[in-house]
Design a protein around this ligand. Structure first.
Ligand SMILES: [Zn+2]
Length: 418
């Protein structure tokens, strides 16, 4: 195979720096909520850069931006890459923006090297990935993939009652490019890991093979609220004791399915929550994550057994599943493309499972897709302190460029006589 080509790391870093000024807040953070004025400025900047790189820019009715570098055979399905420019209210500079700008840098590098491809390469900026302004997260890639319909997507409202439809019109980003109309040959999303594994193991690239499925539950344990002074210990029906046993049980379920299993009790309401009353009722959440649906089912069964164990006549307990998000297995061909690029570049790497949701997860329902990670400092993300180093940024963009090029089909350059 031909030698790997590389991006201009300094130019990529400069683009990241410029982009981070839109919605900049203290401590190097970014507050760039989806479809806000700050997001409009970031989009306008990206659009300008894409036009300067020779791309055709189109917007769909959810405000997703498609920036196309044409191939020699325009009838072929496109090879795409993308992520998101929106952020959390106290977000970092790299979550999402890194994937978008690394994709732009890949296009610029192809231009510099005067490399043509058979398939077009299309860069996408997905609207409202974070879900911070409009719930749910990843709504626009979800509409693209047919998980949600357009009317539902447009109807989502922020806290002030502004819908996505209204917000899109307000900033001039409700486009006419057919929703979900893009034929895709292969798709890659490059993103910071948002976890500590790559940095701790001193590896440059995460080859992401799957994304965790999730199951969310709500549970209630009922005992009897009683006077903390007059009720003897052996006569109490203390719901909080049952809850404590459940917290342990949920943690044990997570430990039983290491390394990929995650089990969390993150929310609890104690009633009456008074210092001199034996708690009569506890309401709490349980969340499981794992990349294998069969294991998620086992985790749920163990949870139900544990709840049944609390039902001992003194306490009553019940659990309800309120949300299920199936695991995603990424495309073998795309993963192989990433592996090949990593090998050609000689980078340290590991295969891994994504613990977080990404636009690539919905996209994988309608197109061969995979996800690539680079480390982030101390695993910190969704925080102003989020950080990466320039050489990590460059390495990830190099992998993305070579994976895109392999899928897009490089046209052999004419031999130059010397
Ligand atoms: Zn992100």
């Amino acid at each position: 195979m031909s030698a790997a080509i590389t991006v201009n790391g300094e130019r990529l870093w400069h683009s990241l720096t410029v982009m981070s000024r839109f919605g900049a807040i203290a401590h190097d953070g970014v507050n760039r909520l989806a479809l806000s004025e700050e997001d409009r400025q970031a989009r306008d900047c990206l659009k300008q850069w894409a036009l300067e790189a020779g791309c055709r820019v189109r917007i769909d009715p959810m405000g997703n931006m498609f920036m196309r570098r044409e191939g020699t055979r325009p009838e072929l399905p496109a090879v795409v890459t993308g992520s998101h420019l929106d952020s959390q209210p106290n977000g970092g500079r790299f979550d999402g923006a890194y994937g978008v700008l690394a994709g732009l840098e890949a296009i610029r590098a192809l231009n510099d090297a005067q490399i043509q491809t058979e398939h077009a390469i299309e860069l996408i900026n997905w609207t409202n990935e974070e879900g911070a302004r409009f719930a749910p997260a990843m709504i626009a890639s979800g509409v693209f993939a047919g998980v949600f319909d357009l009317a539902y997507g447009h109807s989502r409202q922020d806290q002030d009652g502004v819908s996505i439809q209204q917000a899109l019109r307000r900033i001039g980003y409700r486009g006419e490019y057919p929703m979900g109309g893009l034929a895709i040959h292969a798709a890659f999303e490059l993103h910071i890991e948002q976890g500590p594994i790559l940095e701790a193991e001193d590896r440059l690239i995460g080859i992401v093979t799957a994304a965790q499925g999730q199951r969310w539950f709500e549970a209630t344990i009922v005992g009897f609220s009683a006077h903390a002074g007059t009720t003897p210990m052996d006569k109490r029906r203390n719901a909080l004791l049952g809850f404590a046993r459940m917290v342990n049980a949920v943690n044990d379920i997570g430990l039983a399915f290491m390394p990929d299993g995650r089990a969390t009790v993150g929310m609890a309401q104690i009633a009456p929550n008074s210092r001199n009353v034996v708690p009569g009722r506890v309401f709490f959440s349980v969340e499981f994550r794992h990349p294998d649906e069969a294991v998620l089912e086992q985790m749920e069964q163990r949870l139900r057994q544990a709840i049944a164990g609390i039902n001992d006549g003194v306490l009553t307990a019940a659990v309800n599943r309120i949300f299920a998000y199936p695991p995603v297995t990424f495309d073998r061909g795309c993963i192989a493309g990433v592996r090949q690029a990593v090998a050609a570049l000689g980078y340290s790497h590991r295969e891994m499972v994504s613990g977080a949701g990404h636009d690539a997860c919905y996209l994988s329902a309608v197109a061969p897709t995979s996800l690539i990670f680079i480390p982030c400092v101390d695993g910190v993300s969704h925080n102003e302190a989020e950080n990466i180093y320039p050489h990590w940024a460059t390495a990830g963009a190099n992998v993305l460029l070579n994976a895109l090029l392999e899928k897009a089909g490089r046209i052999a350059a004419p031999t130059v006589a010397d």
